[in-house]
Every structure is written in structure tokens, then in C-alpha cells.
Write a protein that binds this ligand. Structure first.
Ligand SMILES: Nc1ncnc2c1ncn2[C@@H]1O[C@H](COP(=O)(O)OP(=O)(O)O)[C@@H](O)[C@H]1O
Ligand SMILES: N[C@@H](CCOP(=O)(O)O)C(=O)O
Length: 321
């Protein structure tokens, strides 16, 4: 879960009185997620998600996130749509936190994606990239290569309490990636956190994508690398090349990768693994007292990183030759 900030029923009712979405029938905190506080709000007219933005979300980035969801929805991508208050405002304040209401998307996320889900996801990711191509706002990726060292420093010596030698392993990888991060790949809007919990399916078809709060402007192929990490490894840490092939073929059916993007894939996959290893490590070491949250295992990403370090050719991910 994540509910870091509680909302009192009376406060929610007062907040909802500023919207034309009926009156409150029920609400509860949502158990999934780790970043923000989310509530399922049911009213006499339907279901909505109220998100209170927590530590990693900067107020100045909120127009990018809500603008992006509006933009993608207008281009036919199935994603949450921000709901405006009667005043026209989309951004609000609830329980002292910046907040917004979005539409509820039907569908379920899959715990164990199959190759079929990976293919669907690949197509959906490429559609997102195409739909985002003419989005006017830009947001630098704070969690790309220049953001990793500050995270490493925030974890500090405590990294070795999670696994002996972790600090040294991360320091070595960081040095390699800082010196060899790809340049000049095609860029645009990326989701940057399209994990299985952020993709919904109905009848095994991708029915929606949620959680745009890491979205930013970065290499499109970096988003592909994030998805290979998040969708194509088995619970025992093994890379499933059948899933990788399906994800990449699904993606390329909509947006073919350039030769430069293909060549960069192993490096991008290492970077993506290090990024999630680092954010998970910092979160693991800093669970706020009283928060209802299950921090995610940083070492899952150390294993994935080890796999990528041994990859010699992009074809090893299942790319068509
Ligand atoms: N628009 C939505 N429609 C339906 N469910 C949603 C929606 N937004 C969030 N959720 C639910 O809330 C959970 C947490 O949302 P998420 O945006 O992933 O949170 P976090 O940013 O904290 O990780 C999701 O796994 C999903 O169950
Ligand atoms: N996907 C990230 C954590 C962010 O959580 P989400 O619930 O927003 O996907 C990870 O797995 O480390």
C-alpha cells in the first residue's frame, strides 16, 4: 500500500462539494503503490481515484503530469483523465498535500505476465511514445544517469547492511554508466515506470496504463529497457527471452527501433536496473514511521543488473536480427 497521509471523511466531503461528480458513497485507501497516497472514491455518479502527491513528486511537475494524461487520453490512449473541479481547477490541496482526482480505469494488473501480456505491453508502450510525440511540455528525467549518484550517496554506508558488498558493486556500475551513458538517441515522452502494476488488462488485452508520476522527457528506448527489466524476468531472477522477444516485437510492430537504439539496449537495460535498485534501496532504508507501505526488494534489481552486465549483444534480449 501506500497511504502516507490520511484523509478525514469530513474533509473529503468538503473537497468533493467543489466538484460536479455527485455525493460521496464510500472511500478507502488503496493497498497497492509505493509513491503516493491513493484513495478509491465512490460517489453517486461513479468511481474516481484521489491521489495525494508525496515526497518524490514536485509541485512544479504537476502541470506536466496532468497535462500529459489529458494529452494522451485525447489521442485515444486509455489512461486516467484528470477531473476538473467546478472552478475549472484540476490541481487541489487535500490534507495539506497537493492532490488531484482522476477517472477510475477498469481492468486488472497481472502478477505473472505471460509472453502474450508482454507483446500487448510492448504495443501499448510504443503507442504511448507515438501519442506523446507532440506533447508540448518537457520534463527532465530526475532519475536518469545524473540522478543516480545522489541516490547512492543518500543510501551511504547503510547499503552494505542490505547485502554485503552492495556499496562496492553499485559504485563500480555507477562509474561505468556515468562514463558510457548513450547520447543522441530518439527522445520524447516516456512513462518511466511501466511495471506490471501500472498496466491493466481485460480479457488479456491491454486496457489501460496508469501512474504517470515518473513520466518525463528521455530516450524512448530507455522506456523499453525499463519494461524489459520489469516484465521479462522470472521470479528466480532468470531473463525470459520469449517474453523479451514478444515485448520487443510488439513494440516494433508500432514503432521500429533504430540501429542506434538497438545497439544501446544493453547499456540502457543496465541503467534501468541500477535506477530501480537505487530508488528501492533508498526507500528500503527510509520507511516513514506509521506509513502503510511495503517497500520493494532492492536486491531483485541487483540480480537483474548482473544479468545485463553479462549481455554482449542486444539480440540476447530477443530482438529480431
Ligand atoms: N485511474 C485508476 N483507475 C483504477 N485504479 C487505479 C487508478 N490509479 C491508481 N489505481 C490503483 O491504485 C494503485 C496505486 O496507484 P499508483 O498510481 O501505482 O500509485 P503509486 O504512484 O503510489 O505507485 C494501483 O495499483 C491501482 O490499483
Ligand atoms: N515501480 C517501482 C516503484 C514505484 O512504484 P509504483 O507502484 O508506482 O509502480 C519499483 O518497482 O521499484
Amino acid at each position: 500500500m501506500a497511504v502516507y497521509t490520511d484523509v478525514a471523511p469530513a474533509e473529503l466531503e468538503a473537497f468533493l462539494s467543489g466538484y460536479d461528480i455527485g455525493s460521496l458513497t464510500s472511500f478507502h485507501g488503496i493497498a497497492e503503490g509505493v509513491e503516493n497516497s491513493n484513495f478509491l472514491v465512490q460517489t453517486t455518479t461513479g468511481s474516481f481515484i484521489l491521489t495525494l502527491y508525496e515526497k518524490r513528486v514536485k509541485r512544479e511537475d504537476l502541470p506536466f503530469f496532468v497535462g500529459l494524461m489529458q494529452h494522451l487520453a485525447a489521442r485515444g490512449l486509455s489512461c486516467p483523465e484528470p477531473v476538473a473541479a467546478r472552478s475549472g481547477a484540476i490541481l487541489a490541496e487535500v490534507a495539506g498535500r497537493p492532490a488531484a482526482m482522476v477517472t477510475f480505469l477498469p481492468g486488472v494488473s497481472v502478477r505473472r505476465p505471460t509472453a502474450h501480456h508482454c507483446a500487448e505491453l510492448g504495443r501499448g508502450l510504443a503507442q504511448l511514445h507515438l501519442a506523446g510525440a507532440d506533447f508540448a511540455l518537457k520534463r527532465t528525467n530526475a532519475l536518469s544517469v545524473t540522478g543516480w549518484r545522489p541516490l547512492f550517496e543518500a543510501a551511504g554506508a547503510a547499503a552494505d547492511t542490505v547485502a554485503p558488498g552492495l556499496s562496492e558493486a553499485v559504485a563500480a556500475e555507477l562509474a561505468v554508466l556515468e562514463a558510457n551513458w548513450p547520447q543522441d538517441l530518439p527522445s520524447g515522452v516516456i512513462h518511466a515506470d511501466l511495471f506490471p502494476d501500472n498496466a491493466f488488462f481485460l480479457d488479456d488485452q491491454l486496457s489501460g496504463i496508469i501512474d504517470f508520476y515518473f513520466a518525463c522527457t528521455d530516450f524512448l528506448a530507455y522506456d523499453v529497457a525499463i519494461c524489459l527489466n520489469a516484465w521479462c524476468f522470472e521470479a528466480d531472477g532468470a531473463y525470459n527471452v520469449t517474453k523479451g522477444r514478444a515485448l520487443l516485437a510488439g513494440y516494433e510492430a508500432v514503432r521500429p527501433l533504430s540501429e542506434a537504439e538497438k545497439a544501446a539496449l544493453p547499456r540502457l537495460a543496465r541503467g534501468a536496473a541500477l535506477r530501480f535498485l537505487l530508488t528501492r534501496l533508498v526507500d528500503w532504508l527510509n520507511v516513514p514511521e506509521g506509513a502503510l507501505v511495503r517497500p520493494k526488494d532492492p536486491l531483485e534489481y541487483l540480480k537483474k543488473l548482473r544479468f545485463h552486465q553479462a549481455v554482449e549483444r542486444a539480440q540476447d534480449y530477443g530482438l529480431a536480427a
